[in-house]
Design a protein around this ligand. Structure first.
Ligand SMILES: [Zn+2]
Length: 136
Protein backbone atom coordinates (compact mmCIF):
# COMPACT_ATOMS: atom_id res chain seq x y z
CA UNK A 1 0.00 0.00 0.00
CA UNK A 2 1.32 3.45 -0.80
CA UNK A 3 2.23 5.85 1.98
CA UNK A 4 -0.50 8.38 1.15
CA UNK A 5 -3.30 5.80 1.26
CA UNK A 6 -1.96 4.35 4.48
CA UNK A 7 -1.88 7.83 6.04
CA UNK A 8 -5.47 8.43 4.90
CA UNK A 9 -6.59 5.18 6.52
CA UNK A 10 -4.89 6.17 9.77
CA UNK A 11 -6.50 9.61 9.68
CA UNK A 12 -9.95 8.17 9.05
CA UNK A 13 -9.57 5.56 11.79
CA UNK A 14 -8.64 8.30 14.25
CA UNK A 15 -11.48 10.56 13.06
CA UNK A 16 -14.02 7.74 13.36
CA UNK A 17 -13.51 7.74 17.13
CA UNK A 18 -15.37 11.05 17.28
CA UNK A 19 -18.65 9.38 16.39
CA UNK A 20 -18.17 6.48 18.85
CA UNK A 21 -21.28 5.83 20.92
CA UNK A 22 -19.69 4.51 24.09
CA UNK A 23 -21.51 6.00 27.10
CA UNK A 24 -20.96 2.88 29.22
CA UNK A 25 -17.26 2.18 28.72
CA UNK A 26 -16.04 5.58 27.47
CA UNK A 27 -13.71 3.47 25.32
CA UNK A 28 -13.82 5.06 21.89
CA UNK A 29 -12.70 3.02 18.90
CA UNK A 30 -12.47 4.00 15.26
CA UNK A 31 -11.74 1.84 12.26
CA UNK A 32 -11.15 2.27 8.56
CA UNK A 33 -11.04 -0.55 6.07
CA UNK A 34 -9.81 -0.66 2.49
CA UNK A 35 -11.53 -2.85 -0.07
CA UNK A 36 -9.87 -4.28 -3.17
CA UNK A 37 -11.28 -1.57 -5.44
CA UNK A 38 -9.69 1.16 -3.34
CA UNK A 39 -12.78 2.23 -1.42
CA UNK A 40 -12.47 3.19 2.23
CA UNK A 41 -15.14 2.55 4.86
CA UNK A 42 -15.04 3.91 8.39
CA UNK A 43 -16.78 2.66 11.50
CA UNK A 44 -17.01 3.38 15.21
CA UNK A 45 -18.04 1.24 18.15
CA UNK A 46 -21.70 1.50 19.14
CA UNK A 47 -22.67 0.37 22.63
CA UNK A 48 -26.06 -0.53 24.02
CA UNK A 49 -27.56 -0.61 27.52
CA UNK A 50 -27.92 -4.33 26.87
CA UNK A 51 -24.14 -4.65 26.79
CA UNK A 52 -23.97 -7.73 24.61
CA UNK A 53 -25.57 -5.91 21.72
CA UNK A 54 -22.65 -3.52 21.27
CA UNK A 55 -20.79 -3.62 17.99
CA UNK A 56 -17.14 -2.88 17.44
CA UNK A 57 -15.78 -0.28 15.05
CA UNK A 58 -14.17 -2.89 12.82
CA UNK A 59 -17.35 -4.89 12.30
CA UNK A 60 -19.31 -1.68 11.77
CA UNK A 61 -16.94 -0.77 8.92
CA UNK A 62 -16.86 -4.28 7.42
CA UNK A 63 -20.66 -4.52 7.40
CA UNK A 64 -20.94 -1.14 5.68
CA UNK A 65 -18.56 -2.40 3.01
CA UNK A 66 -20.57 -5.59 2.58
CA UNK A 67 -23.75 -3.54 2.26
CA UNK A 68 -22.04 -1.51 -0.47
CA UNK A 69 -21.39 -4.75 -2.32
CA UNK A 70 -17.69 -5.09 -1.48
CA UNK A 71 -16.35 -8.57 -0.88
CA UNK A 72 -12.59 -8.17 -0.40
CA UNK A 73 -10.91 -6.36 2.48
CA UNK A 74 -7.25 -5.64 1.84
CA UNK A 75 -6.40 -3.54 4.91
CA UNK A 76 -7.89 -2.62 8.28
CA UNK A 77 -6.85 0.28 10.53
CA UNK A 78 -8.07 0.39 14.13
CA UNK A 79 -7.57 3.20 16.63
CA UNK A 80 -8.48 4.09 20.19
CA UNK A 81 -7.65 6.69 22.82
CA UNK A 82 -5.02 4.42 24.33
CA UNK A 83 -1.29 5.06 24.24
CA UNK A 84 -0.87 1.39 23.48
CA UNK A 85 -2.06 -0.45 20.39
CA UNK A 86 -5.38 -2.27 20.48
CA UNK A 87 -6.06 -5.20 18.18
CA UNK A 88 -9.39 -6.44 16.78
CA UNK A 89 -11.32 -8.65 19.23
CA UNK A 90 -12.05 -12.28 18.47
CA UNK A 91 -15.48 -11.58 17.02
CA UNK A 92 -14.06 -8.95 14.67
CA UNK A 93 -11.22 -11.26 13.61
CA UNK A 94 -13.78 -13.86 12.61
CA UNK A 95 -15.85 -11.30 10.67
CA UNK A 96 -12.77 -9.82 8.98
CA UNK A 97 -11.69 -13.34 7.97
CA UNK A 98 -14.82 -13.68 5.85
CA UNK A 99 -13.50 -10.99 3.48
CA UNK A 100 -9.75 -10.99 4.09
CA UNK A 101 -6.77 -13.31 3.77
CA UNK A 102 -3.57 -13.97 5.68
CA UNK A 103 -1.79 -11.12 3.88
CA UNK A 104 -4.36 -8.45 4.77
CA UNK A 105 -2.59 -5.63 6.56
CA UNK A 106 -3.88 -4.74 10.02
CA UNK A 107 -2.75 -1.26 10.97
CA UNK A 108 -2.84 -0.60 14.70
CA UNK A 109 -3.08 3.10 15.57
CA UNK A 110 -2.56 4.59 19.01
CA UNK A 111 -4.08 7.85 20.25
CA UNK A 112 -1.10 9.83 19.04
CA UNK A 113 -1.40 8.40 15.55
CA UNK A 114 1.64 6.13 15.79
CA UNK A 115 1.20 2.86 13.97
CA UNK A 116 2.23 -0.75 13.95
CA UNK A 117 1.33 -3.20 11.24
CA UNK A 118 0.67 -6.90 11.42
CA UNK A 119 -0.52 -9.34 8.80
CA UNK A 120 -3.94 -10.78 9.48
CA UNK A 121 -2.62 -14.33 9.30
CA UNK A 122 -0.41 -13.58 12.29
CA UNK A 123 -3.30 -12.61 14.59
CA UNK A 124 -5.84 -15.10 13.20
CA UNK A 125 -3.86 -17.98 11.75
CA UNK A 126 -6.54 -20.64 11.46
CA UNK A 127 -9.95 -19.11 10.77
CA UNK A 128 -12.82 -21.58 10.84
CA UNK A 129 -14.58 -21.33 7.51
CA UNK A 130 -17.42 -23.12 5.84
CA UNK A 131 -17.37 -23.92 2.16
CA UNK A 132 -19.46 -21.35 0.32
CA UNK A 133 -22.48 -22.67 -1.52
CA UNK A 134 -22.69 -22.12 -5.25
CA UNK A 135 -25.20 -19.53 -6.42
CA UNK A 136 -28.50 -20.97 -7.51
ZN1 LIG B 1 -14.37 -6.35 17.90
Amino acid sequence: MNKQLRAEMVRRALDARSTSYSPYSRFRVGACILTDDGTLFSGCNVENSSYGLAICAERNAVFQAAFAGKRRVTAVAVSSDEQGFITPCGACRQVISEFADAKTEIILVNAAGKTRSVRFGKIFPTPPALDKLKKR
